[in-house]
Ligand binder design. Structure first.
Ligand SMILES: Cc1cc2nc3c(=O)[nH]c(=O)nc-3n(C[C@H](O)[C@H](O)[C@H](O)COP(=O)(O)O)c2cc1C
Length: 215
């Protein structure tokens, strides 16, 4: 039901530095298919894949949303939705995006993150993106997304990406300056992601070492 793809960066100069494939979970809060927001997410993931060795799992609210909408608590969710939540909580990197609806993300996007454990995203790098019909709502990234992920104590990456409807033709991204913005966001994100993952892996290794030496 949900697409999984492997995107690797075999020719990246920095490849040696990453010792493992990073798990990217991408979330599109769009209620439409096809969707400009989902296309934006896919472009961001492709750019990340050119810079880092990643495996991507895409969650779309068009597919997941109906099973979330009737649930008031996490215990009421079907197994497939619980699996998606666990993928979000275990991700090395999140790419999150929503169309602007009434000056915010879609209600179902928020409903999904209302089920995410409060502490599961601590220090998880999160790349923020949105798509809207008005240029005037570009600050949704700073005023809506960043506070939500700050609540989770996630590591929101410095450059967010806002797309306007006119950046797409037939659900293809056609605006080169938006592409440049994606490249800039990824270029700024990569060093942060690298040091974040290396630090977490180092902690993991030392904890494993402590367990082994205590046995
Ligand atoms: C119910 C609804 C509310 C919307 N509210 C806004 C809004 O407040 N600001 C804005 O810029 N665009 C708004 N839009 C336009 C969408 O955000 C925009 O067309 C977006 O690119 C659609 O993405 P999608 O193709 O992934 O559905 C709204 C669209 C709908 C259907």
């Amino acid at each position: 039901m949900f697409r999984r793809q492997l995107v690797t960066a075999p020719n990246s100069d920095d490849d040696e530095e990453m010792t493992r494939t990073l798990q990217v979970v991408a979330v599109s809060g769009s209620l439409n298919h096809p969707s400009k927001t989902t296309v934006l997410v896919e472009e961001i993931v492709a750019a990340l894949g050119r810079a880092l060795p990643i495996e991507t799992h895409l969650i779309t609210l068009t597919q997941l949303g109906p099973s979330l909408a009737g649930a008031l608590t996490r215990a009421e969710l079907p197994r497939a939705a619980e699996d998606e939540l666990q993928r979000i909580e275990a991700a090395d990197i999140l790419v999150v995006a929503s169309p602007v609806y009434r000056a915010s993300f879609t209600g179902l996007f928020k409903h999904l993150f209302d089920f995410v454990d409060q502490y599961a995203l601590v220090d998880t790098p999160v790349l923020l993106a949105a798509s809207g019909g008005s240029e005037r709502h570009a600050l949704i990234i700073e005023h809506q997304f960043r506070p939500l992920f700050a609540f989770f104590q996630a590591l929101t990456l410095p450059v967010g990406i806002y797309a306007h409807d006119s950046d797409f033709v037939d659900y293809r991204l056609t605006n080169e300056s938006l592409r440049a913005r994606i490249d800039k966001a990824v270029a700024k994100a990569v060093p942060v992601i690298r040091s974040n993952v290396e630090e977490k892996d180092e902690i993991e290794r030392s904890l494993e070492g402590e367990v082994v030496s205590a046995q």
